[in-house]
Design a protein around this ligand. Structure first.
Ligand SMILES: NC(=O)c1ccc[n+]([C@@H]2O[C@H](COP(=O)([O-])OP(=O)(O)OC[C@H]3O[C@@H](n4cnc5c(N)ncnc54)[C@H](OP(=O)(O)O)[C@@H]3O)[C@@H](O)[C@H]2O)c1
Length: 314
């Protein structure tokens, strides 16, 4: 519970802030108004750290809008309905825009309190990648003994998906471009249940119950041939940027379900669950702290990055 005093009103003095927008060509800094809490369940957060997702680079941002999906920071104004976290609570937040800024207004259903043992860099890296990985595992129907192939395992989504699948008892195969450069995945929680496979040798995969794919292209086409009848393929994205030539007749004949992942409806539950797993040491986020957020302006989508990249706002 928090006191009335802690639910202070919007600070009139805090008129403008620094933020990153997209000008139609590139990301750049701009001055923007500190967001107002429009809804009774909105919370104002002073942002400390932001993370970058591959998808943000190709997204069709509305020019001039404050961009970014993931941010961690501290609550400076709680929600007017009195149900939000107390002022001073550290939170991880998600939304379709507004993260890459000094302040972010976010509905309390789109945030979760960060446990004391989890730092801002890790907290900021969780929302999109973690929730996508979690949702993919749920949609793939992973249970103890499920055989699953997960692509893009060295990336933001993938390195969490392989751990979550292993945690759920799956036998995980991760076809990667360079198994030698991906051995760090085996040192994380559930690493014993993960087998690295050279993506170029994916035809030696054997049969699996499910595929979780973040790479697309010929690799996806190959993996789909290995899914057992009645199995599932969860489509996360296409980091390769390539098209997959798929035998739809064979998929239909084998009753393979193709499912597209999306952010879960209960964002606060998913974020809270992921943060608790991290706090318990059952999920380990690989984070590269790149420094101040001005470095984000020059960043390219992260080939070769281990897991996630985050940037400090303050
Ligand atoms: N639907 C959603 O809600 C949602 C949410 C998040 C992400 N996504 C999408 O999912 C995909 C992955 O996102 P991310 O944030 O995890 O990206 P990321 O951190 O950049 O990771 C990309 C991964 O793909 C691998 N990769 C890239 N090109 C490849 C190729 N030609 N062959 C084999 N592997 C390749 C990379 O391997 P290396 O280590 O070898 O470079 C890395 O493991 C993106 O397409 C993104 O837009 C969708």
């Amino acid at each position: 519970m928090h006191t009335t005093e802690q639910r202070s009103t919007e600070p009139a003095a805090r008129g403008a802030m620094r933020a990153i927008i997209h000008d139609g060509t590139a990301f750049r800094f701009a001055e923007a108004p500190v967001p107002r809490r429009e809804q009774p369940d909105e919370v104002l957060v002073r942002v400390a750290t932001i993370s970058e997702n591959r998808g943000e680079h190709g997204f069709a941002w509305e020019p001039g809008r404050v961009v970014g999906w993931d941010a961690a920071g501290t609550v400076v104004e709680t929600s007017a309905d009195g149900l939000g976290p107390a002022v001073g609570t550290r939170v991880a937040t998600w939304g379709f825009s507004g993260a890459w800024a000094e302040y972010r207004s976010v509905r309390r259903g789109c945030l979760a309190a960060v446990p004391e043992g989890v730092g801002d860099a890790v907290a900021a890296s969780i929302p999109v990648a973690g929730m996508t990985a979690l949702q993919a595992i749920r949609m793939a129907g992973i249970r103890p003994g499920t055989g699953v192939a997960i692509t893009g395992a060295t990336g933001g989504v993938g390195h969490l998906a392989v751990q979550l699948a292993a945690e759920a008892g799956a036998a995980v195969t991760a076809p990667v471009r360079s198994p030698g450069a991906a051995v760090w995945l085996l040192e994380r929680p559930g690493g014993d249940a993960i087998r690295l496979l050279d993506a170029a040798e994916a035809r030696s995969l054997g049969a699996v119950d499910a595929v979780i794919d973040a790479v697309g292209g010929p690799l996806l086409a190959e993996l789909l041939d290995h899914v057992r009848p009645g199995g599932r393929a969860v489509l996360v994205g296409s980091a390769s940027g390539r098209r997959a030539a798929v035998d739809t007749g064979s998929l239909a004949g084998r009753r393979i379900d193709l499912l597209s992942v999306r952010i879960p409806e209960a964002v606060d539950e998913a974020l809270g669950h992921l943060l608790a797993l991290v706090d318990d040491g059952r999920l380990e986020i690989s984070v590269e702290v790149e420094g101040g957020w001005e470095r984000l302006l020059a960043a390219e989508p992260g080939d070769g990055v281990r897991g996630k990249r985050v940037y400090r706002v303050r």
